[in-house]
Design a protein around this ligand. Structure first.
Ligand SMILES: Nc1ncnc2c1ncn2[C@@H]1O[C@H](COP(=O)(O)OP(=O)(O)OP(=O)(O)O)[C@@H](O)[C@H]1O
Ligand SMILES: [Mg+2]
Length: 463
């Protein structure tokens, strides 16, 4: 009886009272006997109450239960179930709610498994990972990153990257990734205690469905082992070249002396001496080129910067090439804007021009033309060497800057070429932060343009 006064049903009981009271008022005019009136009202009240209880049990109570079950599911409790063993619409509702809960539970288990797998992969990957949002806040750093840079993930997550990552190259990578919205690759050295690590960092932008930048992910590879092997290789080449320098110089010197005093020697001996002299000269050139490359590749290599007039630098190299030019009857013209000033390593820039003109001379048949021009815009200087020579086939163009690559091995060997000239040019251009472009047509000629920044900052190769 007490449950009639409970919240969900109490309202309906009041309603029945009101209906009975209204009926009492109406019937009081028709029925004179109050005993009969009370009996009629009582019967009406009991019938309505029974009807209400039946209605409550069949509809209101199950609907309330269904609502509670759905509330539980919304909260994430996918084990909540609602049982109503009838075949009417409420029974159907209970089956649907239960199968919805079961499906959601399966989806959530799968999602959890996938996210666990993903986080295991991310945490155990051998590269450091950092996730940064578009405002610069760090959202995630993985285990490898913490192993490399120390601290705990709490020291990074939720902070601005430039407040907690104390490394200029990382800052630059993030800024460039956001600015250019493309992958940016850099390298830097990192010290952990006394250990030196070589790190390659790749910044990759993250976009949403509408192609709007959402943030960036930084991947840090530990390339220490690879770098050590590369350094060993470089050291080996540098040491061998250095060790060979002295004996080759003496072989060449003695061959020269013997040749000078060879008047009484047989022709055969003279020929052999000439071969020894020529080949030792070639070896000497090769060793010098290898040493130049080794020096350029040195980790602490520094450019000797000065501001100079490009015309003056060209003036200084002309006597060196004049002899070769007249020997091959080539015409050489220069086309240099006045007062083109460059802040760079003058000797290295001269070396670029020498190597390129040397190629132009070697690979242009007699009576050809070579032109050297220098122009400028606001930021850069454009040095261009143009020849009317044999040209380079399209398929060889991507390879000509490789060490020892020669399009026609026999031909360049005849010119005394070692295949290192353009590799040296490329290295010098790179350490100056410049660029090199090449256009060539077989049998028509080659144009190589070197673009150098007007002012080169002194730059370390591994920066
Ligand atoms: N101006 C050019 N015209 C045609 N071919 C060229 C020209 N410049 C370079 N090449 C090709 O590219 C190759 C590489 O040039 P690179 O200067 O590196 O080596 P090289 O001239 O053979 O030797 P060296 O080390 O003595 O310069 C050359 O062997 C030649 O086949
Ligand atoms: Mg060359």
């Amino acid at each position: 009886m007490r449950f009639l006064f409970k919240k969900p049903i109490f309202g309906y009981v009041i309603g029945i009272f009101l209906v009975v009271a209204f009926t009492a008022i109406l019937l009081s005019f028709l029925i004179g006997h109050s005993f009969v009136l009370i009996a009629v009202l009582l019967i009406q009240f009991i019938v309505l109450l029974l009807f209400l209880l039946n209605f409550y049990d069949r509809f209101i109570k199950p609907v309330n239960k269904a609502t509670n079950t759905i509330d539980e599911i919304v909260k994430g409790n996918y084990r909540a179930r609602f049982h109503h063993p009838t075949s009417d619409s409420i029974g159907l509702l209970s089956t649907k709610i239960n199968s919805l809960a079961r499906n959601l539970s399966e989806i959530s288990i799968q999602e959890q498994m996938q996210s666990e797998q993903l986080s295991t992969i991310i945490e155990n990957t051998q590269s450091g990972l950092v996730l940064i949002d578009s405002k610069g806040y760090i959202h995630f750093v993985n285990k490898k990153f913490i192993t490399l840079f120390g601290n705990s993930s709490k020291a990074y997550q939720g902070y601005l990257y430039y407040d907690v990552l104390n490394n200029e190259i990382i800052h630059e990578t993030v800024q460039k990734t956001f600015l250019y919205e493309r992958n940016i690759k850099e390298e830097f050295t990192h010290f952990k205690g006394l250990d030196k690590y070589y790190i390659e960092i790749v910044g990759a932008p993250i976009f949403d469905d509408r192609n709007i930048l959402k943030g960036a992910v930084l991947v840090l590879y530990d390339i220490t082992e690879m770098k050590k092997l590369e350094l060993m290789r470089k050291d080996f080449v540098a040491n061998v070249s250095h060790e060979l320098k002295t004996p080759i110089t003496s072989i060449k010197g003695f061959a020269e002396t013997l040749l000078d005093n060879s008047a009484d020697q047989s022709d055969e001996n003279k020929e052999f001496l000439e071969i020894i002299y020529k080949e030792s000269n070639r070896l000497q050139l090769l060793i010098e080129d290898l040493l130049i490359l080794s020096r350029l590749e040195k980790e602490n290599f520094q450019l000797v910067l000065s501001t100079f007039d490009v015309k003056e630098a060209i003036h200084e190299i002309t006597p060196i090439i004049e002899h070769k030019l007249t020997e091959k009857k080539l015409s050489f013209s220069t086309d240099v804007e006045p007062n083109v000033e460059l802040t760079a390593d003058k000797e290295k820039v001269k070396q670029i021009m020498l190597n390129l003109i040397d190629n132009a001379i070697n690979y242009t048949p007699e009576a050809g033309e070579i032109n050297l021009s220098a122009a400028e815009d606001d930021e850069s200087i454009y040095l261009q060497i143009k020849d009317t020579g044999i040209g380079i086939a399209k398929e060889s163009l991507p390879r000509i800057f490789e060490r020892f690559y020669r399009v026609d091995k026999a031909r360049s060997r005849n010119t005394g070429g070692t295949g290192l000239g353009l590799a040296i040019v490329k290295h010098i251009v790179e350490v100056h932060d410049g660029d090199i472009q090449i256009e060539s047509e077989v049998n028509e000629g080659t144009t190589i343009t070197v673009i150098l920044p007007k002012v080169t900052g002194s730059k370390n190769i591994l920066d």
